[in-house]
Design a protein around this ligand. Structure first.
Ligand code: SF4
Length: 401
């Protein structure tokens, strides 16, 4: 508990002497320097932290699975003395990545089978994912797109930009485009602006989104010039990806505020990860710090059944327990929707604790966050003729309609 409280108190700043004591702030704050100086090899990693045998073997294995790369900014957040450090668990490979559980898949969300043209994933009627690059600032060991991301996996991403734009132009039912990858914020301002301008020229596209972990791995990228460029393409929203309170450093918070100051609404998508954020205390601290960073917690994802990620996955019961520990115990704005991305391409399915104890044509019996039970009259069916859901059973076992 103390450790969690400290996370609230401490204003982390990655530009402490850390592992790069000789680097002046001007260089440290240059996002291209950060990218050029990522930790990518076993040799450079071993000079900085003492690896366990499992991590050492994991780094060697990562060479033909999902590349190992960590920006200096993010690397400075790793506790070199703690092999179970929640930051380290997210980016330092482990030998367990070589194990595949029977239910694990290379493409668990069925993206490849929902790709009408290379680089466009069309799973929902009115919105698409546009995969604009296969590179990220650092690589998350649980990445859903590990098969194509980082350039060393089993598949390659070959987005055909002209074909993708033609698809978007001719499918008038698409009103929402989410730029992803990889990470779109690794593109230069000019390249990203070309994409945004082209999308904005399509009349039926109402809403643009960017999914990015760059503000967390590489906050230096969020320059005032970049934010000004984004501002031209509103409404443009951004989903960032923070899993642990320690990631919300002073630099990250400043970058998020800068985006918000330029009118970019921010949501956060966390992945529930064993040993990283699988406790109510850590998650509550995270969501409260997100609100302070002007980011609305949006989704909490059950970790997709990606090959080699069993050591990072929790039970679904744990996710429900966390949501239950948040609801009523902190601001409603702070509570993300817990979801399972249904294997095979079924899309996101909301998973909630059950607060409805009983439901029939006359009443609904509910419990609140303290476990107190209340009864509420059921009037809707009588007034509207609507039937109760088929799957709601009353306590004595009969159907609710
Ligand atoms: S930033 Fe996103 S796309 Fe890149 S490795 Fe992490 S989870 Fe995958």
């Amino acid at each position: 508990m103390d450790a969690v409280e400290n996370l609230h108190e401490k204003a982390f700043r990655s530009y402490a002497p850390g592992h790069w004591p000789e680097i002046p702030p001007e260089q440290w704050n240059d996002w291209k320097w950060q990218l050029r100086n990522r930790v990518t090899t076993l040799e450079s990693l071993e000079k900085k932290i003492h690896l366990t045998p499992e991590e050492r073997a994991g780094v060697i294995l990562s060479g033909n699975k999902l590349a190992f790369a960590v920006t200096p900014h993010y690397f400075n957040l790793i506790d070199p003395e703690d092999a179970n450090c929640p930051i380290r668990r997210q980016v330092v490979p482990r030998i367990e990545e070589g194990n595949t559980a029977p239910w694990e898949l290379a493409d668990p969300c069925g993206e490849d089978s929902h790709m009408p043209v290379p680089g466009i994933v069309h799973r929902y009627p009115d919105r698409v994912l546009f995969l604009v690059t296969d590179r990220c600032a650092s690589y998350c060991r649980y990445c859903t797109r590990a098969r194509v991301v980082s350039g060393v996996g089993e598949q390659e991403l070959h987005t055909d930009f002209e074909e993708a734009f033609r698809y978007l132009e001719t499918h008038t039912g698409i009103r929402d485009v989410l730029l992803s990858g990889g990470d779109a914020l690794l593109l230069s301002d000019g390249k990203l602006e070309q994409i945004l301008a082209r999308l904005r020229a399509i009349p039926h596209i109402e809403f643009l989104r960017i999914g990015s972990r760059v503000p967390i791995f590489l906050p230096q990228r969020i320059t005032p010039e970049f934010c000004k460029m984004l501002q031209k393409y509103h409404p443009l929203w951004m989903s960032v990806h923070v899993n642990h309170p320690r990631e919300l450093t002073t630099e990250v918070k400043e970058a998020l505020w800068r985006l918000a100051d330029h009118g970019v609404p921010l949501g956060n998508q966390s992945v529930l990860l064993a040993g990283v954020n699988d406790s109510v205390e850590v998650m509550k601290t995270l969501v409260q710090k997100l609100l302070q960073s002007r980011v609305r917690p949006y989704y909490l994802y059950q970790c997709d059944p990606i090959r080699g990620t069993s050591h990072l996955r929790t039970s679904v019961a744990k996710g429900i327990e966390i949501i239950e520990g948040l609801r009523g115990h902190t601001s409603g704005y702070a509570i993300p929707q817990y979801v399972i991305d249904a294997p095979g391409g079924g899309g996101k399915v909301p998973i909630n604790p059950s607060y409805v104890l009983y439901h029939d044509e006359e009443k609904v019996v509910i419990r609140n966050y303290e476990g107190k039970v209340f009864e509420y009259p059921e009037l809707a069916a009588e007034k509207t003729g609507a039937n109760l859901r088929d799957d709601v059973k009353c306590a004595s076992g009969c159907r609710g309609k």
